[in-house]
Write a protein that binds this ligand. Sequence first.
Ligand code: NAD
Length: 276
Amino acid sequence: MQYITLHDDVRIPQLGYGVWQIPDTQAYDAVTTALETGYRHLDTASAYENESGVGRAVRESGLPREDVFITTKLWNGDHGYDTALRAFDQSLDRLGTDYVDLYLIHWPVPEQDLYIETWRALEKIAADGRARAIGVSNFTAENLDRLLREGTTRPAINQIELHPYFPQPSMRDHHRRHGIATEAWSPLGQGGDLLSEPLLKRLGDKYGKSPAQVVLRWHLHLGNVVIPKSATPSRIRENFEVFDFELEPAEVEQITALGSDGGRIGPNPAVFNYVG
Ligand code: NAD
């Protein structure tokens, strides 16, 4: 496993396992498979409604709690200082743990304009030792700049949509300039057309790897923290087998060149105000 050291000296495994869209009833089995495979970093959220299954799998794995890096996220309808503190307590309850490794504001929800106040709650949670690191997700450069101006603590990470069809070079630059780590969500483009790209197939053939493994290697090369999701045991294992080959810099550039401004799959955070 490779690690990225966040600005607060917390070490995060660069490859993690994402559990969006895995129902709570299946999360236990899926996370158990991931932990048996060797993953030591799990990415959930209160909105995924599977924190209970994730937490139970960690507790029953026999692994010491400190060996597993757990991220969860604060949902959009829970912004605000007191509300965020309460929502965090509920996440800890569901996870069955007394701290998380990383707590993120899931979306900035600009229309609500509460993310600065919410960030103060995360700062309090970190100061109390209940989150080892705190960060954000889906923050635009503008949101980040405001947080840096008005907050006391710099976010350790910004988790954003990032894959070869949407490689986000300017956000990665912005993060680098401010010492904020970049974490890629939907790193495989949600398993859509991307994985049929001839370039990825060709590189996969060259290295004896699948297109998904080539994409994950591209993320590792760029320095992204990456959290692919699969509920299929063979793919959970396949996505972990990416530490025994390396792409050449020119190949990394060719993959990045697949991207375009229109390559976004998920919502645009600048206008995403859903709180339901
Ligand atoms: P992903 O890019 O990880 O793609 C997952 C899909 O790709 C799977 O459902 C499967 O269909 C396919 N797949 C996975 N492994 C494969 C393989 N080896 N070969 C072929 N196909 C394969 O998509 P995702 O789930 O959207 O993103 C990953 C994680 O990112 C989520 O589980 C979640 O933890 C996080 N996420 C966060 C946000 C956010 O707003 N912060 C949004 C979306 C996702």
